[in-house]
Ligand binder design. Structure first.
Ligand code: GLY
Ligand code: MN
Length: 465
């Protein structure tokens, strides 16, 4: 099991205690989940917060941190003799506690007893929003709260404390992220070199998932790889590529430490971009370059998103799909027919970092409220940037036939949208380009030593290699 040095986990727990101040912090580790019968499980994925504070990538553990004293107890059961026969020797709970610098180790039944004790004594406790059903059931049983109300147990001070710590990546995390970008590079270069006429999408997706598995934990989210690039999260890989198609590859690597990469490239099969494909590609690339050039501490990411929207709007105006004043179009939201999602999200131990804790804490704060308008509502991160934040920058232009048909039927934004011109693009698909960036003291930089080809000619050269 790979982890940072023990002292990092001790320090992180100490910082958490100083932010949460009092009460018992209860962190549930994840368990193995059956796929089709109990012993045949999905690939194990530890809870990212549990991983952040312990480094223990092992199922069936829980942690309680006493914020008053700073002392922690790891709960779990040592393997039985029978389990060792099937699974091999595994470290004991005491060994695991010592690896993570945790003061105490106890069997799981002591965890259940301690939760009862906390409630009897009316001590304060802190729980995170559960996202797995087995944790919801566990909390329901331990705290006698209906599952539908399970979020009434959740502690805002704990969420805020964790978001404060996990949002700013330290030097070791940044070095690790820089290193693992090499595997993202390998995955994306391989996909480009396979994007030829007659190849099935599934074959490319399988090969690049294999790369992720052979160097780390696997992919950081199910691969999006399709010639139907207009479907934002398309997990269907059943098509065979043919000349003229655009293929999107949105794929990330997850390291043994649990950290993610997340890049997107979109390119023409065999590298044969049509003029129109080049035009749309260039608009998306210009929007991304503009966004990256503006990123620096204290600026609102929402404002950068809106600047990218303006570049996309200008570009679409230049080819006759939008008309009117750019600021008005963006204010009204007419551009969201083509760019319906947000510019990016935080990246770290989760590909959408800490999304399980609530985007309202991760991407928003007291000063920036989430919009309910189509488009802006999908912006996962909007608040002011700080050095050490790691984010994706992923503008796109899509032609989504059902959305176009619906808006046209509703006569939506007819003053800004040239529907008759848009019709000519109905089978275009979409283009998204995504980079992973680190906010620095004065601006930002791309993570990783080598940039995955993004300029059209570099992409063409890679595909034709
Ligand atoms: N890469 C998938 C996403 O950002 O949602
Ligand atoms: Mn992304």
């Amino acid at each position: 099991m790979k982890a940072f040095e023990t002292k990092k986990y001790i320090e992180r727990r100490k910082q958490l205690c100083s932010l949460v101040k009092e009460g018992y912090i209860i962190l549930l580790g994840n368990s193995e989940t059956p796929m089709n019968y109990k012993a045949n499980t999905y690939k194990f994925r530890q809870d990212s917060t549990f991983l952040y504070f312990t480094g223990l990538n092992i199922p069936n553990l829980h942690l309680i941190i006493d914020a008053n004293t700073g002392k922690s107890t790891l709960y779990g059961n040592n393997l039985t003799e029978e389990e060792i026969v099937w699974m091999g020797y595994q470290p004991t709970i005491a060994d695991l506690a010592s690896m993570a610098g945790i003061e105490n180790a106890q069997p799981l039944n002591e965890f259940y007893k301690f939760i009862t004790f906390i409630q009897e004594k009316k001590f304060n406790y802190h729980i995170l929003p559960p996202y797995r059903d087995d944790h919801k059931i566990l909390l329901h049983e331990l705290f006698n709260v209906p599952i539908a109300n399970i979020n009434s147990l959740v502690s805002e001070p704990l969420i805020k404390g964790i978001v404060t710590l996990r949002s700013v990546k330290d030097d070791d995390e940044i070095q690790h992220l820089d290193e693992i970008m090499n595997y993202a590079y390998k995955m994306h270069i391989t996909a480009m070199q396979m994007a030829h006429e007659g190849v099935k999408e599934q074959h490319i997706a399988g090969v690049i998932e294999g790369i992720a598995l052979s160097y780390g934990n696997g992919v950081s989210f199910p691969i999006i790889l399709s010639k139907h690039s207009e479907i934002l999260h398309n997990h269907d890989h059943s098509n065979v590529l043919k000349k003229g198609d655009l293929m999107i590859c949105d794929a990330g690597f997850e390291s043994e430490l649990g950290y993610s990469t997340d890049h997107t490239r979109t390119y023409a099969v065999d590298g044969e971009f049509s003029d129109v494909q080049k035009e749309i590609y260039t608009i998306v690339l210009n929007a991304q370059k503009k966004a990256i050039s503006l990123i620096k501490p204290n600026i609102l990411f929402r404002d950068i998103h809106l600047e990218a929207c303006k570049i996309i709007t200008e570009g679409l105006k230049s080819i006759g799909l939008l008309k009117g004043d750019t600021d008005e179009i963006v204010k009204a939201g007419a551009h969201t027919l083509f760019f319906p999602h947000g510019l990016g999200h935080m990246l770290g131990l989760d590909v959408h970092d800490m999304e399980n804790l609530g985007e309202k804490y991760v991407g928003y704060d007291e000063t920036v409220e989430r919009s309910s308008e189509f488009g802006l509502a999908f912006l996962r991160f909007a608040k002011a940037l700080k050095p050490g934040y790691v984010l994706t920058v992923e503008p796109g232009i899509y032609f989504i036939p059902p959305l176009i048909r619906k808006w046209q039927a509703d006569k939506k934004f007819c003053e800004y949208i040239n529907y008759s011109e848009v019709e000519k693009f109905i089978n275009f698909g979409g283009i998204r380009l995504e980079e992973d960036i680190l906010v620095t003291e004065n601006g930002c930089r791309l993570l990783g030593k080598k940039q995955i080809p993004i300029e059209i000619q570099d992409v063409i050269n890679t595909i034709k290699q």
